[in-house]
Design a protein around this ligand. Structure first.
Ligand SMILES: C[C@@](CO)(OP(=O)(O)O)[C@H](O)COP(=O)(O)OP(=O)(O)OC[C@H]1O[C@@H](n2ccc(N)nc2=O)[C@H](O)[C@@H]1O
Ligand SMILES: Nc1ncnc2c1ncn2[C@@H]1O[C@H](COP(=O)(O)OP(=O)(O)O)[C@@H](O)[C@H]1O
Length: 277
């Protein structure tokens, strides 16, 4: 029996800087992980099985397409009873499936003594290597280039998903430009959430504009967060989840309460983005 936490992945920035001949996009992204996420438990068994539980289990595939089972197969594991306790919305820009795959690789490595595949899960999804690292990173290439970042201050934050799934390939396809400038190199260091948020405001998520065009509720989520005067509000990944950064946990919790009260059908969570979850 082994367990692993699958934290939500947040793209504080997401610059699309080019495109490979195979169509995949080159990224330059500052990635952090939240204190909330899914949970994976694995136990020895004769066959490979998956049970999905938890408050966000509805709609998550339970067949061989689930990234948890794909991760197990990528490790050559044919006998394991795996439970996925789903807390994160799916297809939401916070890497739920990718983080589940990474946590599965970690848990199965612990249980079986097998090695994680040499590509660190890249063939399962572009976000899997950074989710396997599960710590703040500058992510480049299509997702395989991972570099440590200067110490970031712990960040009080709110995550809001307005309940519409966004197709990652469709959002990439709708980009107006694919050769946008990267972040500065090296990244500066930040002594407070306010300094970091001020710098982030000059950076971008290049997928935000095409996601806003495809999914109007993203604009509503950003407006609801901005009405609470956070340090910054932005979309994560290809959407639709948006995040806000705050001076303090008390301010993040007050923001989450206000957004939840105004939009009881949205997924809203106050959390912390930290260097390690
Ligand atoms: C956009 C990001 C940013 O972190 O996050 P999410 O919105 O998924 O959370 C990721 O790059 C997504 O990673 P992941 O969801 O693992 O992507 P994959 O399954 O490998 O690819 C899904 C599709 O997204 C597009 N894709 C993905 C990554 C990339 N660097 N370039 C792309 O063009 C391709 O159309 C691909 O077919
Ligand atoms: N364990 C999983 N959790 C969530 N979605 C999964 C999982 N395995 C496969 N999927 C599929 O992967 C797609 C992308 O989900 P996810 O990784 O949560 O989103 P994103 O890449 O936007 O962060 C979904 O459409 C879903 O059907």
């Amino acid at each position: 029996m082994a367990e692993a936490f699958a934290p939500a992945k947040i793209n504080l920035t997401l610059h699309v800087t080019g495109q490979r001949p195979d169509g995949y996009h080159l990224l330059d992204s500052l990635v952090v992980f939240a204190g909330i996420g899914d949970r994976i438990a694995v136990a020895p068994a004769d066959d490979l099985t998956l049970t999905v539980t938890g408050p966000m289990a509805a709609g998550v595939p339970t067949d061989g397409s689930n990234l948890v089972l794909r991760a197990a197969r990528a490790m050559g594991v044919t006998g394991a009873a795996i439970t996925l306790e789903k807390h994160l919305p799916a297809a939401a820009g916070i890497g739920g499936g990718s983080s589940d795959a990474a946590a599965t690789l970690r848990a199965l490595a612990g249980m079986t003594g097998r090695e994680v595949p040499p590509d660190r899960g890249l063939s399962l999804g572009a976000d899997v290597p950074v989710c396997l690292a599960a710590r703040s990173c500058r992510m480049r290439g299509v997702g395989e280039g991972l570099e440590p970042v200067p110490d970031l201050p712990p960040l009080a934050a709110v995550l809001v998903n307005p309940g519409c799934a966004v197709s990652t390939p469709a959002v990439f396809r709708a980009l107006a430009a694919r050769d946008n400038p990267p972040m500065p190199d090296p990244l500066p260091s930040f002594d407070s959430p306010r300094t970091l948020a001020g710098w982030l405001a000059d950076q971008r998520n290049d997928l935000e504009a095409p996601a806003l065009a495809a999914a109007p509720p993203v604009a509503e989520a950003l407006a609801a967060l901005r009405a609470q005067s956070p340090l910054l509000a932005r979309m994560s990944g290809s959407g639709a989840t948006c995040f806000s950064l705050h001076e303090s946990s008390a301010s993040a919790e007050a923001c989450a309460r206000a957004v939840s009260a105004a939009h009881p059908d949205w997924w809203v969570r106050a959390t912390t983005f930290a260097r390690t979850p």
